[in-house]
Design a protein around this ligand. Structure first.
Ligand code: AMP
Ligand code: MG
Length: 418
């Protein structure tokens, strides 16, 4: 971690690659302490705090996977066809614990307990019935159409690891194993603030020299989709060093993460860095070789992780998704990396200055013969522009050292989900 003294040597500081900056941000992130135990119905999107063991085996008993007939293979002597009398009828939920009488079959339905002694189930479509007797032509395989006790999850086995987000299928698995309550990490308390004397909220009249605040709604909307976040909106802060310093200090005292936008460049009206230094923040990232978004600050302020995002909205969106979100996931206690890029093919030409990894908004324009999406570039990468990202179906990731993109070239694209 960079010390305060080292950071204070100047605002220039070393420029980190995107990957290095992300790793430093993740290293500065500590999972929120504590846990709460909540019912499954309230747990979607929350992060497991402990390994969860299966209270019950899944399935809890041997049962039939089909509507058909349960039988004992040793009753099928000689060559077929074989005739067997039907001695019982067993539906799902039947709790009698029947045994199969020698030399007979049991009518059985999907999910019904297998009678003791049966070792195969024949689908009803594969037998012919006459009265209370069935005839089958083919010898079933041992265990055919039987779901064995614990074949999905054995009783007491690990049903869910620590650090996983509880998706609907994961919750269904826990319910299937008889787990009614689950221990999850507390939600991550995130404070969001925008800086800038020029900012006005949509819905109010614009004065001379003012612009509407895009970043507040961008960050709020993005964070509201993370079910493990508890958001505080601190609104707009004026470019006033004293007020900024007080506001970020208070925010850091009562939150796990503080995210500001604007005021992180080297200009005289950019006060975030000075305020962080005055508050003895440990600054891990000051500049990143990323386009858009070069001025970006990541550090620790008191007990909180601090992200100072750039003011330009596209730059704020990209630095949030590329650097802040992976670290935020770590604060939430998530253990799995989210790696969501897809292979795609450029449908465009682009000559560029090398040195920074660039994130280019793209739209789908069909597929190549391999089925990969062909992508067209939107806009010209201006970090203040919002129209391209608003129309984009994905973001193409251009490696820092690549000087030219030509049609047909392979690209990594991060899809944007609506
Ligand atoms: P800054 O990083 O504060 O120098 O801001 C860089 C640019 O982004 C300036 O043109 C600001 O007006 C603009 N900007 C800063 N914050 C916001 C915001 N919340 N919404 C829209 N634009 C912003
Ligand atoms: Mg500003």
């Amino acid at each position: 971690m960079t010390s305060l003294a080292a950071c204070s040597t100047g605002k220039s500081g070393p420029t980190l690659s995107v990957d290095a900056a992300r790793l430093r941000a993740i290293a500065a992130a500590f999972p929120v302490a504590g846990q709460e135990t909540i019912p499954l119905d309230a747990a979607v999107g929350r992060v497991t705090a402990n390994p969860v063991k299966a209270a019950s085996a899944l399935p809890p008993f041997d049962n039939s996977a089909m509507d058909g007939y349960a039988l004992r293979l040793s009753d099928l002597t000689g060559d077929g066809p074989w005739n067997l009398p039907v001695s019982a009828r067993i539906a799902a939920g039947d709790g009698r614990g029947l045994s199969l009488s020698n030399g007979s079959a049991a009518r059985i339905f999907t999910g019904a307990p297998l009678p003791l002694g049966a070792d195969a189930v024949v689908m009803q479509e594969q037998v012919t019935c006459s009265g209370d007797t069935i005839k089958l032509m083919q010898r079933p395989r041992p265990g055919q159409n039987i779901r064995c006790v614990g074949e999905d999850v054995a009783q007491g086995a690990l049903a869910m690891a620590t650090g996983l987000m509880l998706s609907p299928p994961r919750l269904a698995l826990l319910a299937g194993c008889g787990v009614a309550y689950v221990a999850v990490r507390p939600r991550v308390r995130v404070a969001v603030l925008s800086t800038g004397n020029e900012l006005v909220e949509a819905g109010h009249a614009l004065g001379a020299g003012q612009i509407y605040n895009s970043n507040r709604v961008l960050l709020r909307a993005t964070l509201s989709r993370l079910p493990w976040v508890e958001l505080t909106d601190l609104g707009i802060l004026r470019d006033d060093p004293t007020r900024i310093r007080t506001a970020i200090r208070h925010a850091a005292q009562s939150h796990d993460v503080v995210i500001s936008s604007g005021g992180v460049s080297a200009g005289e009206e950019d006060h975030i860095l000075d305020a962080l230094r005055a508050e003895a923040a440990e600054l891990d990232v000051l500049k990143v070789a990323i386009r858009p978004g070069k001025p970006l600050t990541v550090g620790r302020l008191g007990g909180a992780l601090y992200f100072g995002l750039p003011g330009n909205p596209y730059a704020a969106a990209i630095t949030f998704s590329q650097i802040a979100q992976p670290a935020l996931r770590r604060v939430a206690g998530l253990m799995d990396a989210s790696d969501t890029w897809l292979p795609a093919v450029a449908g465009f030409s682009y000559r560029r200055t090398t040195g920074r990894r660039e994130y280019v908004p793209v739209t789908w324009a069909g597929r190549d013969p391999m089925g990969r999406p062909l992508v067209e570039r939107l806009g010209y990468g201006a970090s203040a522009s919002l129209s391209p990202i608003a129309q984009a179906m994905g973001i193409a990731v251009i490696p820092a050292d690549l000087a030219e993109i030509h049609p047909g070239q392979s690209l990594q694209v991060e899809p944007l989900f609506e």
